[in-house]
Design a protein around this ligand. Sequence first.
Ligand code: GAL
Ligand code: ZN
Length: 687
Amino acid sequence: MKKLYHGAAYYPELWDEETIAQDIQLMKEAGINVVRIGEFAWSSIEPEEGSLDSTFFKEVIQTLYDNGIETIICTPTPTPPVWLTHGFEERLFVNQEGQKMGHGSRQHICTNNKYFRKKAGEVTKHLAQELGSLPGVIAWQLDNEFKSHVAECFCSTCENLWHQWLEKKFGKIERLNEKWGTHIWSQHYQSFEQVPQPAATPFLHNSSLVTNYRIFSMEKTAEFANEQAAIIRQCCDQPITHNSSIAFQVDNEELFQQLDFASYDTYASQENMAAYLINCDYWRNVKKDSPFWVMETSPSYSGSLAGYASPHPDGYVKAEAAAAYSLGAEGFCYWLWRQQRTGCEQPHGSIISAWGTPAIGYKNVLEVEEARQELEPILLHTRPLQAEAAITYSDRAKVFLQTEPHQKLQYRSLITDFYERLLKMGIHRDLIPEQADLSGYKLLFTPFIHYLSDEYIDRARRFAEQGGIWLAGPLTGGRTKEHTIHTKAALGCLEQAANVKVLQTYPMDGTDSVGSAFGEEAVLSMWSAVFDDKSSRAMGHIKQGMSVGKSFLSESRIGKGKIVMLGSMPAGEPGDRMLKKLIHHYAEEAGLGLQTDAENGTIVAPRFNDEGIVWVVINMDGKGGSITLPKDGIDLLKRKNIQKGTLKVGPYEYTVIQFKTESGESGWEKEECGQVKSRSFGTRQQV
Ligand code: GAL
Ligand code: ZN
């Protein structure tokens, strides 16, 4: 990482020369050093089919560069020009209800349509050839927010591809029939061509069909991304990304496998700061070897013709930027630079108004720029520390929950709540993709994953054998890969690995079930697994309800570590207290050192370099906060020594503390062995 970027989405194709000149001058004044351009500009580049011309962008990119502003170029594929769809209805995206999307917004075409892919390839190739070697082009973004407005397409192209996909997966139709149990309701298929898309039916579809269709669709999106990336790579060597989100209908782990760095968009409000921070702790781990980017966030408030959000309170955007940079971001960018004059997003917050004056968010941008400059020298010489506690995040788990949401459960909010608990407990945490390497972690959480692959179970079991503590559940392991029920044991291989026996599974909601653990009693909720504790050790007892005397929390010693199974979700405030005690208990047992007593609303981003540990302490709730420094250190911003004990940070302020360490000693309170794993090198680092 050579510098920290501070950027904005910019649409020069919408403005005249004079305005562009004014924009560039204003960007310099505001400290914008990178812009992202082109993601909706297809009709400006190719007004008529075949008339590709990007001279305009070439000139803009050159002028930006002459003024010290670098560029990320996007492929313009989310908004195909009207000539691509007018009179060609078969190219349009079709939703589950069978409605065809029309021209006028975005994502209205089927991205699996052959002709679309061909034209998308041509415009991508043109941009790569014409613009890729310009000075100041630092990266590429594919498309814009894949599947943010639409999910699975039900057009006839997709139907054919679906059949091909199934044939490739199962080989013979009988295999599909067997795996999906299609004699149920006379679904039995004689050929792949007969397998329907999960469109309208009088009642629900087969779970295997629905889950597979979603996975098929996510794979096709990743395939499209890879196709575009390959075209760009033929003539450019800048890194490639996509501005994604955990809110979209994509499998981010798969999507980013062949991309070069991770980036995402987020528009969470201050009250929902966990929804903002979860991104930093997830995307840092999606492409571990490269820093991530916040590709879009609002400089003040989001809005469209349909409504608007409230402006962020003064100071919050600066705290967001400080948190992102300190937790591993290289870039922090806004949507958008100049308020849109036309379209459907005129009410959206911007940096500059449509008439060229500073918008309400302008001063936030100045504050971010000040923070960027202040933090840059420190962040360029330190790296984010790998956490010791990891939570597995899985978009495939999201799909299983979409097919089978129980009582309207949503994976994103479940996982965010779970994450928030660790955040509030001051435990430094990583959200990691399903296939992530587990080395360096001490405590692993696997909640809300209906289907857990054998490979994951095996990896997590080995993690426990080597001394880690693996906590699985609630809601984890009860479904097979094809979204069917296990027939040998309720949780399949997980039971064997964890050495538990599940007696029954049923929804505990509404049964007045009460569990007790760690000195707390709480109502038990969600689809639950009740354990027989002959082989494992009961840590949570069911005191009331239909399974009195059995347990909902059970642990087994596995090698040098443990597997802990949480069969039910303790609810309400008592449940929250119980879960906190549970996490605390296992954090202690696992010997977690990366934990602080930061109050709610104040966070610590831990970093390291050869000289030791650096904490960036940031207040995110605007109330100010305090934290205990475990030892004496140096305030790197004020350049003065600081004593151990209480450190206060003002509302939305940040402080950077360096802990001087002698060899073998660390800045973390409970660190005993003096070893902290470097996240980037994957080796153990002495601090
Ligand atoms: C994003 C999108 C932008 C803009 C923005 C408004 O999801 O990528 O193009 O629409 O939202 O908040
Ligand atoms: Zn389609």
